[in-house]
Design a protein around this ligand. Structure first.
Ligand code: DAH
Length: 342
């Protein structure tokens, strides 16, 4: 008879083995069908029991039912184990360490020139100066005439100018704001004027058509060159955070008398000479002088009552010294490899 041939022990071993190695519930279900489903060998054995002689019927029936119960329990156990394993995996994957440090979003930062401008403002403000600004598009009057540079004066050639069609121009320096300020405010005055300026020039390592200046102006009853020297030296010490050498040479500006040029040691090469300082070892960084009487007059102030000094310097040059940069054009290149270093 067919039934007798089924080895229930072997069936049990096979089933047990397969159940225990099932990878997931889907596989386990398949195995369940295979061993306990309607078409399984075990079901067949149970179904055909009645055809067996009584003695065999009892024995095989008992064995088959035991196996059936055993497998049912086994399936339930393993199903439970698999469910637990899945739950643990999900838990591990979805676990959040709330004490872990957050990811820092990439942040931009200020352009080196902005940093230099702000630092300059801070230092002068700490010395009692106010920061004021003026228009980038100027009239000839403020940019030149009021500063004692009449139309046909050769000094106008010192500033190569972008003229606009409407008769205005792009300011070639921040000095016109000196006039604008003296017109409006009675001395004593202590101001600095940072801002963007424009020159119609060929560009090279130390020239740009667009760059930044800061002008300074101090007006009072008893203001001297000594006050200027002390102020500018203090500024440089604070700006570069170390003692800096300064030299003053006679210079010429139509709006100051006497005028001087202030040089400082080129920090880029420590005075040895490099492209940034045209190999001189000095960086010409400040133009300055005592405010010309004509400038006071043009601003509505009586030169007999007031005296003062003024200076103008390139913020780009300050930045070049501070960060040891030997080409001004880098500031305007928009090159991230350059900018990311600041
Ligand atoms: N405006 C001058 C320039 O652009 C710099 C300057 C020199 C400004 C002397 C001043 C000054 O206020 O007194 O070259």
């Amino acid at each position: 008879m067919k039934m007798a041939k089924i080895d229930l022990k072997a069936l049990k071993n096979r089933a047990e083995n397969e159940i225990e190695t099932a990878k997931d519930l889907k596989e386990l279900n398949k195995i369940f069908k295979k061993y306990l489903g309607k078409k399984s060998q075990l079901t067949e054995v149970l179904r055909s029991l009645e055809k067996l002689p009584k003695a065999k019927k009892v024995k095989i029936g008992q064995e088959a039912n035991q196996l059936k119960n055993f497998l049912k329990i086994k399936f339930a156990e393993i199903a439970q184990e698999i469910k637990e394993k899945v739950r643990k995996e999900v838990e591990e994957k979805e676990w959040i360490d709330i004490t872990a440090p957050g990811k820092k979003p990439a942040l931009g930062h200020l352009h080196p020139l902005t940093q230099v401008k702000r630092k300059t403002e801070e230092i002068f403000q700490a010395m009692g100066f106010s920061v004021v600004e003026g228009p980038e598009v100027e009239t000839e009057w403020y940019n030149f005439d009021a500063l004692n540079i009449p139309k046909d004066h050769p000094a106008r050639d010192l500033w190569d100018t972008f003229y606009l069609k409407n008769g205005l121009l792009l300011r070639t320096h921040t000095t016109p704001v000196d006039i604008r300020n003296m017109e409006k405010n009675q001395p004593p005055l202590r101001i600095i004027i940072p801002g963007r300026i424009f020159r119609h020039e060929a560009t090279d390592a130390s020239h740009e058509t667009n760059f930044y200046q800061v002008d300074g102006l101090m007006v009072g009853k008893d203001i001297s060159v000594a006050n200027f020297k002390a102020t500018i030296q203090e500024f440089f010490q604070r700006f570069f955070e170390k003692p800096v050498e300064i030299r003053m040479r006679p210079g010429y500006f139509p709006f100051t008398e006497p005028s001087f040029e202030v040089d400082m040691t080129c920090l880029n090469c420590n005075g040895k000479g490099c492209p940034a300082c045209s190999q001189s070892g000095w960086m010409e960084i400040v133009g300055a002088g005592m405010v010309h009487p004509a400038v006071f007059k043009n601003s509505g102030l009586n030169p007999r009552n007031w005296q003062g000094w003024a200076f103008g310097m390139g913020l780009d040059r300050l930045a070049m010294m501070k960060y040891k940069i030997n080409d001004i054009r880098l500031f305007y290149s928009g090159d991230l490899r350059f900018l990311e270093q600041f």
